[in-house]
Design a protein around this ligand. Sequence first.
Ligand SMILES: NC(=O)c1ccc[n+]([C@@H]2O[C@H](COP(=O)([O-])OP(=O)(O)OC[C@H]3O[C@@H](n4cnc5c(N)ncnc54)[C@H](O)[C@@H]3O)[C@@H](O)[C@H]2O)c1
Ligand SMILES: [Fe+2]
Length: 389
Amino acid sequence: MDTLTSFSFATVPTILSSPGATKALGQELRARFPNIRQVLIVTDQGFLRTGLADAPTASLRAAMFHVEQFADVIADPPEHVIEEALTLARQHEIELVIGLGGGSSMDVAKLVAVLAASSQSLSEIYGIGNVRGSRLPLVQIPTTAGTGSEVTNISIVTTGSTSKTGIVAPQLYADMAILDAELTIGLPAAVTAATGIDAMVHAIEAYTSKHKKNPLSDGLARQALTLLSRHLIRACENGGQDLAARQAMLLGAMLAGQAFANAPVAAVHALAYPIGGIFHVPHGLSNSLVLPHVLRFNAEACAEQYAELAMIVVPHAEGSVVARAEALAVAMQQFATITGLPRTLRQVGIAASDLDLLADDAMKQTRLLGNNPRPVTRDDAHALYKLAL
Ligand SMILES: NC(=O)c1ccc[n+]([C@@H]2O[C@H](COP(=O)([O-])OP(=O)(O)OC[C@H]3O[C@@H](n4cnc5c(N)ncnc54)[C@H](O)[C@@H]3O)[C@@H](O)[C@H]2O)c1
Ligand SMILES: [Fe+2]
């Protein structure tokens, strides 16, 4: 580690990790926000159907909060979802926003908190550092163990019909994140697997991030991978009962989020976004489909770092640095196999004739590609999709 390298690190100031914590959400927030009355919960229909939003909502009401709910978030949220949530927030003069759901709900919650009290429009804040002023108080409660959005300064919006565009700004860090595994206990195995692999990718890409890799994000990425790799299969196979595995997954995803908020993700995500945007493949699965191919491509530039991570994910791996880097790629592919996720682009309905479109779109993800340890040309992107086909 080069200790002379300059870096800065930021994260959410308060993190509460406690199974069952959201049953007392009202008391928790009343103690922190004594003068607030109007609260908006941002969630989606899928989570609402679990009934798990009932207890936190009742607890907020018992603590004298007036609770409005926006439950129309859809996966990979398009702009109109944010506008609708914003209209509701303004109508009810919302004073505090709670994201309760997966990355999609939390990303919408961030933008509502930022825009509700602002004269800026959504289109003005795309990109890095374009948010002006402050935001409404914001509390994030993940119900998937994946994106780490509860501790990142990033929000991802589907713009137009297919493109995924990021907003990155310090105002997007929440005031508080609450990790409560009781909310993830009913998460279906396929969603658990895909979102868990997304979290592992955050850790891997943070650890090899080209410009902002730093000692804090390295430590977080390693700890995240330890937790995620040891508990992913348990959470998929016995997630309905195994609260310890579920809390470990939430913790791992959050730590990976802290890592990549400060050492950003790269080509795996750049290649995954078009798959999600154009073909509506869930974000974690999109990552998983291209992951082994990008790892092998990148190994030419960062085999040493992959070999270090292999010692965490596959501690029995032996041999040269290159052999251990390859063991990491194999191990990541095995997570997809064991958990029954699709392994090829064809399995999710993508054909050879789609690869040009995907490659063109991936090249637009310049924010992400710039972080990749090895430069990616358009030909490289096309070849990587072909390997994944
Ligand atoms: N902001 C960031 O830092 C960041 C990082 C990575 C990804 N993302 C974005 O996050 C989004 C993906 O988020 P995600 O993978 O968490 O999925 P998601 O939020 O889209 O949810 C996926 C599905 O899981 C269901 N679900 C969620 N919690 C559940 C529960 N506890 N029980 C049963 N069903 C449940 C939802 O209803 C939904 O159908 C994408 O838009 C992606 O681009 C953001
Ligand atoms: Fe991701």
